[in-house]
Design a protein around this ligand. Sequence first.
Ligand SMILES: NC(=O)c1ccc[n+]([C@@H]2O[C@H](COP(=O)([O-])OP(=O)(O)OC[C@H]3O[C@@H](n4cnc5c(N)ncnc54)[C@H](OP(=O)(O)O)[C@@H]3O)[C@@H](O)[C@H]2O)c1
Length: 326
Amino acid sequence: MRAVVFDKAGGPEVLRLAEIEPPEPAAGEVRVAVRAAGLNRADLLQRLGLYPAPAGARSDVLGLEFAGEVERTGPGSRAWKIGDRVMAITSGAAQAELCICHERMLLPIPAKLSFEEAAAVPEAFITAHDALFRLGGLGVGEAVLIHAAGSGVGTAAIQLARAASCLTIGTSRTPAKIERARPLGLDHGLVVAGGQFSKRVLELTAGHGVAVAADFVGAAYLEENLDALAQGGRLVVIGLLGGARGEVDLGRLLSRRLQIAGTTLRGRPLEEKIAATQAFAREGLPLLERGRVRPVVDRVFPLAQVRAAHELLGKNEVFGKLVLRF
Ligand SMILES: NC(=O)c1ccc[n+]([C@@H]2O[C@H](COP(=O)([O-])OP(=O)(O)OC[C@H]3O[C@@H](n4cnc5c(N)ncnc54)[C@H](OP(=O)(O)O)[C@@H]3O)[C@@H](O)[C@H]2O)c1
């Protein structure tokens, strides 16, 4: 089967399509014929040698999410039948014609969505849902700050928060992305220059601050994020695009009862990933089925153009997701 592989760390030029051995599904697993696969920042980091695949996943084959059809079921696997349209996050090797996944990690693709749209769902929506509602404890109607509002995860987070009647405040360094995010349910968009946003967030929340800040920037926004939180507010660190090391005044955490949580989905034990997936299945999938939230696909690339897709994602010019078509 064809797959996106790389032999040594480097730029997009190290990527190539190669024939590799198809994986066999073990007990409780399903093999999926992949029709489309989403591209993620983590793919760029893995290609650069900065994000090793977790134990059990191939580190030379890229891909963290897919949409396709069930092609074979492993021993004892009964949840799905051949031909079912499914989508999921995986620990790796999703950018391959056949991909293995635990049956409890699979979600049914809503009838209205194409494979290409569905491939843009799992990473963005499960990450956003888990970060906002499970880790951040975001409640109905609360105020939330969502950075990188035009990112794959950001566009999902805005829509999920809006569906929970939250006040959504989003940031981007690119004014055009703020404009494109408004129809998704962004109440207030802030173009961040020089890393300053907390003063405006406090103004927009009558001086209270937000209940939850969903952050992809890390160190560069740490101080301002804490300033933007309400009493008892939660900062959820999802990405580190602006650096990993920062200084925290623990006295502010104590006196204002703030919490900081960090998350990666990929490295979690299978049962935790199943729990996150099933929580999204209960609370997020019905919204997708009813069209109240939707995947935002910026561009679809044929698999043969995977290098061009990596180049584009690395330029920070994408709004929503890039998808590879098989
Ligand atoms: N923890 C997890 O489980 C998990 C899962 C999925 C993704 N992630 C992380 O979440 C982040 C977003 O992922 P994605 O795939 O949705 O990203 P994406 O679509 O590629 O978007 C990232 C956006 O962040 C903004 N950005 C980049 N560098 C920045 C910086 N130094 N300061 C401020 N803004 C910056 C850029 O937009 P503007 O410059 O226009 O604002 C860029 O378009 C990544 O860090 C990714 O690794 C984590």
